[in-house]
Design a protein. Structure first.
Length: 54
C-alpha cells in the first residue's frame, strides 16, 4: 500500500506483515514466525523484529 500511495509507511497499514512482525499475534497468526526466523538465520523472533524495523 506504500507503493500505491495509500500510506506513507508500512506500519500505517493495519493489515501488513510489518505490524505482525513487530507485535506478533498469539493466536491466528498470519506469518510462520519460526519458518521466517530460520529462513533468515535469526536466533530469536525479537532479532527478526529489530532487523525488520531498520
Amino acid at each position: 500500500m506504500v507503493r500505491a500511495g495509500v500510506v506513507c509507511h508500512p506500519s500505517e497499514w493495519l493489515f501488513s506483515g510489518y505490524n505482525e512482525i513487530h507485535a506478533p499475534h498469539k493466536r491466528y497468526a498470519l506469518l510462520d514466525y519460526e519458518g521466517l526466523r530460520e529462513l533468515l538465520k535469526f536466533r530469536r523472533k525479537e532479532d527478526l523484529a529489530y532487523a525488520y524495523r531498520g
